[in-house]
Design a protein around this ligand. Structure first.
Ligand code: SAM
Length: 279
């Protein structure tokens, strides 16, 4: 563990003690709690070899979530692979907003998630709303496979329909079986030119299609909002995550598409993170 922590520090990584312990847990097959309970102990050579190989990956700045194969979101375990964006704590703001709007937890709400990725938004909402049904659209075949695995492990397959499709293609919204009470999306929203300057974990490893929002980062908001009035039932809601500083422009895009924007929701860092609109 000490060797791993030294190597991670040299690679410019923070939180090295925690990461070293998580990597040792992965290498040894023991839980973090068991490692702490064991105290200092020598590791068998195969565990040492496995830890060295995991450490080498992390030193290259591969995200911990890809190395461990899992990330927690809203207290639920999600499988992740390099085909999906790593679920972010900031995106939990969208879950909070959705649960405020759909206050009656036991109604048979109809949900749509555009760009479902790992499934963290749609599947969390299906767990929280036990009578709801949801459709998840995703362009990437490999990402959709991860969402399917997560739907199975979270026990919501019977209420989740996962569809491969691309919102840049004509007529994309007609195949989804709408309209829906709530449409959510965390679309790609990074300006194309800014991607190479992001942390190496993001720029080198996360899927480009999950990041690249076009020249001004707002391509997906324009496309999705144009279909908003057809996808959202009258009185229903569209909720989209936005990047820092994008909330006002996105609210304007929603208004231009005939939707009624509401004040944005802030994340724990105080950043306006989710923009909503009513149809
Ligand atoms: C920022 S990620 C969000 C994933 C997940 N919803 C989350 O919050 O972690 C955006 C997702 O949208 C998908 N995507 C990007 N462009 C798309 C398009 N034109 N049509 C459908 N899905 C798209 C990407 O493959 C990616 O999985």
């Amino acid at each position: 563990m000490r060797d791993t922590a030294v190597a991670l520090t040299a690679a410019g990584i923070d939180n090295v003690r925690l990461e070293a312990r998580l990597l040792l847990a992965k290498a040894s097959g023991l839980s973090v709690e068991a490692l702490i309970a064991h105290g200092p102990e020598s590791a068998p050579p195969p565990v040492v070899a496995a830890l060295r190989s995991l450490t080498a990956r992390r030193v290259q700045r591969e995200p911990m979530a890809y190395i461990l194969g899992e990330r927690e979101f809203w207290g639920l375990p999600f499988k992740v692979t390099p085909a999906v964006l790593v679920p972010r704590p900031d995106s939990e703001t969208l879950i909070e907003a959705a649960l405020t709007l759909l206050a009656d937890r036991h109604r048979a709400w109809r949900l749509l998630d555009l760009g479902v990725g790992s499934g963290c938004l749609l599947l969390t909402l299906l767990k929280e709303l036990p009578q709801a049904n949801g459709v998840g659209l995703e362009a990437s075949h490999d990402a959709l496979a991860v969402a399917r695995r997560n739907a199975v492990s979270l026990g919501v397959t019977s209420r989740a329909t996962l569809v491969q499709g691309d919102w840049r293609q004509a007529g994309w919204e007609d195949r989804l079986g709408g309209p829906f009470d709530l449409v959510v999306s965390n679309p790609p929203y990074i300006e194309t030119a800014a991607i190479s300057g992001l942390m190496p974990e993001v720029s080198r490893y996360e899927p480009r299609a999950a990041l690249d929002g076009g020249p001004d980062g707002l391509d997906a908001y324009r496309t999705i909002s144009l279909a908003g009035c057809r996808l959202v039932t009258p009185g229903g809601h569209l909720l989209m995550e936005v990047g820092q500083g994008q909330a006002t422009e996105v609210a304007g895009i929603f208004a231009a598409a005939g939707l009624s924007p509401r004040p944005p929701w802030k994340d724990l860092g105080g950043v306006e993170r989710v923009v909503g609109a009513r149809h």
